[in-house]
Design a protein around this ligand. Structure first.
Ligand code: TTP
Length: 403
């Protein structure tokens, strides 16, 4: 069997995180989604050949990452758009093929059950909101009859989990795909046609699963991953530090005196926390992060090299790599009316389903002193926020924001 990982999506819904990194490279504790998925694939299938489909606009830095990996081949998605378009560039070199979307937070056991199934299989995931996904249409014996995309009346609450094990004859159906109304070649159309001639067993997901589409999903997958890991205390922990609950402190990290950490929390390699910081549950700090004096932080993913050095509050947020917060930068994470916080996703206002949601900040952003950021606001990569500003709307990539 060969494996295909699809990693050529635009990840527009995940902006501004994807302003500087492809979606499969969102962080998962000290690693990334795609590294986690590859390591699960390797642990289940050994050194099988893996094709990773990337887009022409993928930054060479990420391409180099794949080219260094053993038995991983890069396939470039040409001009044919969509998941079916992406797959049409993969060379067919085996009888069976496992196809995995690169933006799925996978459960190892469920993936294992799909891959071990003798015959064609697809992962089906039970969700409360099937109309937001491709809902699966099943026959009475649990085989796939078709996939109904984002229907207001979905046929079931089992949705497409983005993991398939199929006979390579699926490529005949991919090659005959026609453009969909939204101008893409949809793999699910090929699958529906394939299901008319061959049986595809729907394997129900039993563990954690997440389609990482929206910015707050990055918080959720990191929480899930943290819950599944054991405690680990490496690095240096000074005297007069209070640590409560499960905490992971990676090699080279320093926790300075007067700091209180309430777990679960993850402190990445070479990060510095304190002196006198307050780190609350589900804080996830990547590598080389600095959380300084009189900073309170909770339920937030902070990516590598970001500095929040003085007098800040940050809650329920995602802060990308190499961001610097000026002293006194504050993030609001709750509305006065305590309604779910909305966010603009691909230009449309959507509820996040979260009463508490702070900000999502792209890479290399700088905020001046005393900046306040309102709930659900996004700040694009490379933006600058003038001192004393109240950021009450989304800020574009590279914009200089002042009010
Ligand atoms: P999607 O999440 O449907 O698309 P996307 O990644 O472009 O995200 P957004 O809608 O936010 O812009 O993609 C599902 C998977 O398929 C994902 O792993 C990316 C991959 N994909 C490709 O490889 N090529 C493509 O042309 C598309 C649309 C998706």
């Amino acid at each position: 069997m060969k494996v295909v990982l699809l990693a050529a999506g635009k990840g527009e819904r995940l902006e501004p995180i994807t302003h500087t990194r492809p979606k499969p490279f969102v962080p998962v504790l000290g690693s990334t989604l795609i590294e986690r998925n590859l390591s699960i694939i390797r642990s289940l299938l050994g050194n099988v050949e893996v094709f990773v489909v990337i887009s022409d606009s993928t930054d060479p830095e990420y391409e180099r990452f794949f080219s260094r990996l053993n038995n991983v081949k890069i396939v470039r998605q040409g001009e044919k758009k969509g998941t079916g378009g992406a797959l049409s560039y993969v060379p067919v070199t085996s009888d069976e093929i496992a196809i995995i979307y690169g933006d799925i937070y996978i459960d190892r056991d469920s993936l294992s059950r799909v891959l071990a199934y003798e015959g064609n299989a697809i992962l089906g995931v039970e969700v409360p909101n099937p109309s937001e996904y491709g809902a699966l249409l099943l026959d009475s014996e649990g085989y796939l009859n078709g996939i109904v995309e984002k229907s207001p009346t979905p046929p079931s609450n089992l949705v497409n989990g983005g993991i398939y094990k199929l006979s390579s004859s699926i490529f005949d159906y991919i090659d005959s795909l026609k453009l969909s109304p939204r101008g893409e070649y949809e793999f699910t159309d090929a699958l529906t046609a394939f299901a008319r001639n061959q049986r595809i067993k729907v394997i129900k997901n039993m563990g954690s699963w997440k389609d990482v589409g929206k910015p707050w999903d990055v918080i959720d997958i990191n929480k899930q991953e943290l819950d599944s890991r054991p405690e680990k205390l490496e690095g240096e922990i000074e005297e007069n530090v209070k640590m409560i609950g499960k905490i992971i402190v990676e090699e080279g990290a320093k926790i300075l005196s007067g700091t209180r950490i309430e777990g679960p929390a993850y402190i990445g390699k070479n990060s510095i926390v304190g002196p006198n910081s307050y780190v609350r549950p589900y804080t996830i700090l990547g590598q080389d992060v600095k959380i300084g004096s009189f900073v309170e932080i909770k339920e937030t993913v902070v990516m590598e090299g970001t500095k929040i050095p003085h007098l800040s509050y940050v809650g329920d947020s995602v802060i990308s790599e190499d961001v610097n917060f000026g002293a006194g930068t504050l993030v609001a994470n709750l509305r006065f009316d305590e309604k779910e916080v909305p966010m603009n996703i691909k230009g449309k206002r959507q509820s996040s389903g979260r009463k508490k949601l702070g900000t999502v900040i792209g890479a290399h952003v700088r905020t001046g002193i005393n900046v306040s950021i309102l709930p659900g606001v996004k700040i694009g990569a490379y933006a600058r926020i003038y001192p004393g500003s109240v950021v009450d709307r989304d800020v574009n990539r590279s914009e200089f924001f002042k009010n």
